[in-house]
Design a protein around this ligand. Structure first.
Ligand code: HEC
Length: 122
């Protein structure tokens, strides 16, 4: 009887402890919402290009004869659909960034929202 009590007390501790563990994990890794309202070329799109694309597509590198540096250059690839197609890895487009994993889903959503809002030079 005494053993049984000890075992069930131990079992309860494990259950309580794991409950505690999950609570902490939720606090450490909250679900971050992807904000896609009022996306700006300057503040949202340009930083993505600088981080993931300009190593190959700035004026100096110009890989594939494509530069995405400057709004007037980028808008060409917005208008022919290849900017979004390439980052989404859609069929018919060369998947970008070349040789690397897709950019973050939230970054793709921001690009898509910016284009839907008219791809403004804002
Ligand atoms: C490591 C170099 C490299 C990086 C980084 C890179 N690209 Fe490219 N990109 C290329 C090359 C080379 C081509 C020419 C086509 C090919 O070889 O696939 C190209 C082609 C493209 C095209 C034309 C695709 C088509 O199917 O017409 C677009 C649009 C493009 N890149 C956008 C981007 C964007 C946006 C990023 C950043 C998210 C990016 N690239 C990152 C090397 C790169």
């Amino acid at each position: 009887m005494k053993e049984l009590l000890i075992i069930s007390a131990f079992g309860l501790m494990v259950v309580l402890h794991s409950g505690c563990y999950y609570d902490v994990e939720e606090e450490l890794y909250p679900t971050i919402d992807c904000l896609t309202d009022n996306i700006s070329y300057e503040n949202d799109i340009l930083p993505i290009l600088i981080d993931d694309c300009f190593s190959c597509h700035n004026v100096a590198a110009n890989f594939g004869n494509i530069t995405l540096e400057g709004y007037d250059e980028l808008i060409k690839y917005v208008n022919d659909g290849s900017f979004l197609g390439a980052v989404r890895h859609d069929g018919g487009f060369s998947p970008m960034p070349k040789g690397k994993p897709k950019i973050l889903e939230c970054e793709i959503e921001k690009i898509s929202a910016w284009i839907d809002d008219g791809a403004l030079d804002n």
